[in-house]
Ligand binder design. Structure first.
Ligand code: 6GU
Length: 243
């Protein structure tokens, strides 16, 4: 078997992630054996009758904090169950580094990804700090954007979809990945070019015609036009990313 990727999601809402992961390309990737995804219930790693995962914050403040004890037991158990040399531990938090195409590309080459989905006000900071001292772990705190979700589950789904489609063998058409790969180095430098506009039949719809150049048959002119469109669209929609 080549380059198999094991993904463990750890959450107090395993049902929230199970159905979406069984669908579409991610589900097919699972059937092909290239990717294996497990949704783990954090409460299975509690030791009290109430299956408690959270407690009040030291120093006061609103809300509850997820306990390091439970997370430590879950991550130790899940990492010990795979033979991977390195476990990529991804702690989902709005206070994390921003997720990007270049991070997806990097993570798609991993052996084992563990997504720790925080709820409430977040996970005790010592979980990150502890696993950063363990050489068999690579720990990242990751956010998918500058807005606040109630928990990391939806963010984990977003990341998994972006990562799994990049696993070699998962996408049917490697050409579409090759085109995207140009944007990856750019993304790493925050210099992404947005896609040019695309059209299909009919050539006229509700009074709107397809740009004539696209039906000209001149592939050189079409390529130039698309590049110009991508640049002007990027300047309009993301003025900051291109200065
Ligand atoms: Cl990873 N978690 C939460 N709770 N909110 C977010 C997020 C993550 N990324 C963006 N907003």
């Amino acid at each position: 078997m080549v380059n198999k990727l094991k993904i463990d999601v750890v959450t107090i809402f395993p049902d929230y992630v199970v159905m979406p992961l069984a669908q579409s390309l991610i589900g097919k990737a699972g059937q092909s054996g290239l990717v294996e995804i497990t949704a783990n219930d954090l409460r299975d790693f509690t030791s009290d009758a109430h299956r408690t995962v959270d407690d009040t914050p030291y120093g006061g403040g609103a809300g509850m904090v997820m306990m390091p004890t439970v997370w430590g037991d879950a991550i130790d158990s899940i990492s010990n169950a795979t033979s991977a040399a390195v476990h990529e531990l991804i702690i989902l938090t709005p206070a994390g580094e921003l997720f990007s195409q270049s991070m997806a590309q990097e993570l798609s080459l991993s052996e084992h990804l563990i997504f720790a989905c925080g709820r409430y006000e977040g996970i005790d900071q010592r979980v990150t700090d502890h696993y950063r001292t363990r050489p068999e772990f690579r720990v990242r705190e990751v956010s998918i954007g500058n807005y606040v979700l109630n928990g990391g589950e939806a963010a984990a789904l977003v990341m998994i979809e972006a990562i799994v489609r990049l696993v070699p063998g998962v996408i049917g058409n490697p050409e579409s990945l090759a085109e995207e790969s140009h944007s990856i180095a750019a993304d790493a430098q925050d210099e992404v070019l947005l896609e040019y506009p695309i059209y299909t039949k009919p050539s006229k719809w509700r009074g709107l015609s397809v740009p004539a150049i696209l039906t000209s048959g001149n592939h050189g002119l079409i390529a130039t036009w698309r590049r110009e469109q991508a640049i002007s669209r990027t300047e309009q929609i993301r003025p900051k990313t291109r200065e």
